[in-house]
Design a binder for this molecule. Sequence first.
Ligand code: HEM
Length: 509
Amino acid sequence: MSSLLENITSDSIYLTLPATLLVAAVGIIFYRLSLHPLAHFPGPFEAKLSGSWRNRHYWQGQWHEDVVQLHKKYGPAVRIAPNELSLVDADALRLLYNHGTKAVKTDWYWVWQAPNAGPALFSALDKNIHAYLRKRVSAAYSMSSMLKYEDYMQECLDLMLQKLKKHAKAGNEVDMAKWAGYLAFDTVGSLGYGAPLGMLETESDVMALQENIHQGFTLMSNMGHYWGQARWLTNPYTMKMMEILGVPNFFDMFDKWTMKKLEARKQSENKEERLDMLSHFLKMKAPDGGPADDKDVLMEALNVIGAGADTTSIAMRACLYYLCKTPDAYRRIQQEIDEYYRSKGLRQPITYQQTLELPFFCAVTREATRLFPSIGYQLLRYAPADMIVEGKRIPIGTVLGMSPTAANRDPQVWGEDADEFNPSRWLSDEDKVRHLNTHDLTFGGTGPRTCIGRNIALIELHKFLAQFLHHFDAEFVDPEKPWRVQCMFFSNQHDMHMRIKYRNGLGDD
Ligand code: HEM
């Protein structure tokens, strides 16, 4: 009798467990498909059931194209995971990203907090902490500071142009994807670390920094959607295992390398002060009024290199790409720049302020960065209130995101030619341009989380483009294969092989 009971009990356990799991799974599926508050939004079937659809597409690295197609197929509000919507909607854009927004970043951003550094501006979720961190560095990023840094930027650009001239004269093809990367990394190195990183000088990816950042960012941005995020890799146990197995830990090496630079700078600061971003960071205060911790300075320097180098080089490549694809625009912008040099009798490199006097030039940079914004992934926010999109209710707290790439092609804002490269749209009347400015998501809107490095990026981009086009002619080696794009939060372009011809004006001709 007792053995019969034991059999029944153990048999029923074997049956009960899977049966319970099955019922739970069916319940979850039923809930997500029918009862979930987002059940009435369209989207790929798999995405309604789990995050696997979104994660797989992220890993495939073509999100900048996938997200545009997604909205063409399903409309302005698409369910891309059970509790996440991708939006392309002008009202939602203003509510989530512009002045006065109450929307906060989602937990996904937590993945960007470097383990051994102070709290990061980019990933701070709490509004008050973020406001404090942002205020603390605002002077380092202000336009008046930037204009003082312009000489450091010009030094890097001079070196690049001289090197390109040498290659042009030798008839070498150049990979402008690499050169834009060298320039942007050296420039942020010069501003945030006190000296260029040596990429232009050596014509190489020093310390494989770019490659490691690309790999690290791919891991981080995608792991942000998994439970535990990057802590699977950055926890002390995994770190120790990596050390024992001799696996190089790039981020740890880079932190240590950065700390060394900061230490060296502190020592030299007493003798002679160099007025760059690092000098601002070293003067930052802690909340108690004392000097900020070294870890805080480390985080700010990492921010500059992590957020400021790839983004700016992507913008440079985007401008070159659309110009080379549109010969009329190429001719027109080059004439405008040449005429400016001629009419002003410019012997010195054109300054950022001077480029602002070139209307078509400015329109080209706006249009190229609109069509190919540096960030392709969703900028995630919690819905700050119940919202209505396409007549459907989105409850407060829902994870919402817009990809700048998709939002910047919203026909509601940009018109039927939203997919076309049309710089003239930026030369329309003031009201129209103000409207476009408000809806351009390239720099993350106009709200509190807008790009703090926008001024650096614009100075660098404008100077590079104007001087490059003045001194060189460029064309793709193979217009059918102009570049290869790998999207890993940033939409990084690679293999941009070009033939360049030196025109004149760089001295010693
Ligand atoms: C063309 C170049 C650039 C583009 C298109 C760009 C774009 C953006 C965007 C879209 C955001 C908002 C991201 C989000 O909400 O998830 C952002 C934030 C940020 N960017 Fe940029 N960026 C550029 C250059 C730079 C540069 C040069 C730096 C620094 C040197 C920089 C530093 C930052 C930082 C620190 C944040 C976080 C700001 C905050 O949360 O308060 N960016 N950027």
